[in-house]
Ligand binder design. Structure first.
Ligand SMILES: Cc1cc2nc3c(=O)[nH]c(=O)nc-3n(C[C@H](O)[C@H](O)[C@H](O)COP(=O)(O)OP(=O)(O)OC[C@H]3O[C@@H](n4cnc5c(N)ncnc54)[C@H](O)[C@@H]3O)c2cc1C
Length: 427
């Protein structure tokens, strides 16, 4: 990893993804010396687009990064949900209205652009950024914590933030649970807009086609010069316990019965890589001594709520605000035990709700037969100006448990006013 800086950091962050960098930024803004260790040989992000709801753009604004993010991304006008079999519109969300309601925009951005924005902000603020550093061990000390790397280097600080993702080493050491395999897989692509211009696509909308055991997402990126698509489906090979699951032949088979709009988009998907979808059961203990889990290491979700990266950014923001609150009370030293306790008092419950709702959302999106028709009937009935389903997420990030808003009240599927047409059950 090169030479270890001679000064002791106040905070070590392990993992230089969106979660680690945004946490580093939140803490360096509080005047702390922050050092980030990333296992890869360069800081970067793999993948395509990210949706950032107002609970994230609000924080980017506080960091002074919203203008840059808006310039690199797209502010879509509408989010539309359609049925993947017949392309019928089911419901929509007016994203301009969302911006008026919550005070901050709904933004879509290439994940490498967001990562770059955070990386440059960290560099400007003086975060020490080290690569080729694979952390293999975490341990608590009296009043601090220590990390060890694959090349034998050891470092310590007052606090260690483990932002090392879904397969977190810290989580393995401290919690010892396993990722939960959903059996679903995601294919992605980001292509020049010209390649989809002849298709029935929208350059100002986020469109989600929901179908039996599959869904398909489309939205513009980079000032609508690029078009993002995500194709997600349940893998029969995963269900059968085979190791080689999620292959392109399964992609084609999973979407075989879908509408023309989805069929037009499928050939553009990247076929040389795919993302198997895992989450973890929520846990309420994220802090052990001076080691704190953050981002996907703490709460990896299935991506159906599009809140994974956002929750990671919120985590860092909340921790930074609790450090700031103590600074405001006077004294240069941070009472880390109090700050970490305040972080752990509020974030796990919020993320538990999101991770659980994401699973339920996925189940709802992927219904088939009569259940699909019931879902469609309920979605069509929904008042498009009803924000009950997003108020609890899109509002200001709670700093204390008392600030955490009530969740929405689920509508039972069986309340759908439906008389299913004959033969619909089999679809
Ligand atoms: C298909 C898909 C679509 C998604 N869409 C959205 C969306 O629209 N909106 C949204 O908010 N979220 C979305 N997400 C979720 C989001 O991508 C993740 O929740 C988020 O990127 C997690 O960030 P992280 O920094 O916590 O973890 P990661 O991105 O996994 O970063 C972890 C970092 O730690 C490093 N690391 C790992 N182990 C070590 C080690 N031992 N030592 C040193 N470094 C290490 C890794 O190299 C990596 O850089 C989506 C996810 C998927 C799969």
């Amino acid at each position: 990893m090169g030479t270890l800086p001679s000064t002791r950091a106040d905070v070590i962050v392990v993992g230089g993804g969106i979660g680690g960098l945004s946490a580093a930024l939140a803490l360096v803004r509080q005047g702390l010396r922050v050092r980030v260790y990333e296992q890869a040989s360069a800081f970067g992000e793999v993948g395509a687009g990210l949706q950032l709801a107002p609970n994230c753009t609000r924080i980017l604004d506080r960091y002074g990064l919203l203008a840059e993010a808006s310039a690199l991304g797209v502010l879509p006008e509408t989010m539309v949900m359609k049925d993947a079999l017949d392309a019928a519109e089911l419901t929509r969300l007016d994203l301009r209205d969302v911006e008026r309601r919550y005070g901050y925009p709904y933004l879509v951005i290439h994940r490498s652009d967001l990562h770059g924005i955070l990386l440059r902000a960290c560099e400007r603020a003086g975060v020490e950024l080290l690569t080729d550093a694979r952390c293999t061990w975490y341990e608590n000390l009296d009043g601090g914590a220590r990390v060890r790397f694959a090349d034998g280097v050891v470092d310590e600080a007052d606090v260690v933030i483990a932002a090392d993702g879904l397969h977190s080493i810290a989580r393995e050491l401290l919690v010892q649970d396993e990722p939960v395999n959903s059996g679903y897989v995601a294919y992605r692509c980001a292509v020049p807009f010209e390649q989809v211009a002849g298709n029935d696509v929208h350059d100002k909308d986020v469109v989600v086609y929901v179908g039996p055991r599959c869904h398909f997402v489309q939205y513009p990126l980079r000032g609508a010069e690029t078009f993002n698509q995500v194709a997600v489906f349940e893998s029969p090979k995963a269900l059968a316990g085979q190791d080689d699951w999620g292959t392109p032949d399964e992609l084609d088979a999973a979407f075989a019965g879908t509408c023309a709009q989805v069929q037009q988009g499928l050939p553009l998907m990247w076929r040389d890589r795919w993302w198997r979808m895992f989450d973890r059961d929520p846990i309420m203990t994220w802090v052990t001594g001076r080691i704190a889990l953050l981002g996907d290491a703490a709460h990896p979700p299935l991506q159906y709520m599009a809140q994974g990266a956002i929750m990671a950014i919120e985590d860092g923001w909340v921790l930074g605000e609790h450090v700031a609150a103590q600074r405001a009370e006077g004294g240069p030293a941070v009472d880390w035990d109090r700050a970490l306790a305040a972080y752990e008092a509020v974030r796990p419950e919020h993320c538990r709700r999101v991770v659980g709702t994401a699973r339920e959302w996925g189940a709802l999106w992927h219904l088939e037969g009569v259940r699909r028709l019931q879902r469609n009937a309920l979605l069509r009935e929904r008042d498009v100006h009803d924000y009950a389903f997003v108020d609890w997420i899109f509002g200001p990030t709670a700093l204390t448990p008392e600030d955490e808003p009530e969740m929405f009240r689920p509508i039972p599927l069986d309340s759908a006013p439906l008389c299913p047409p004959p033969g619909a059950e089999g679809r």
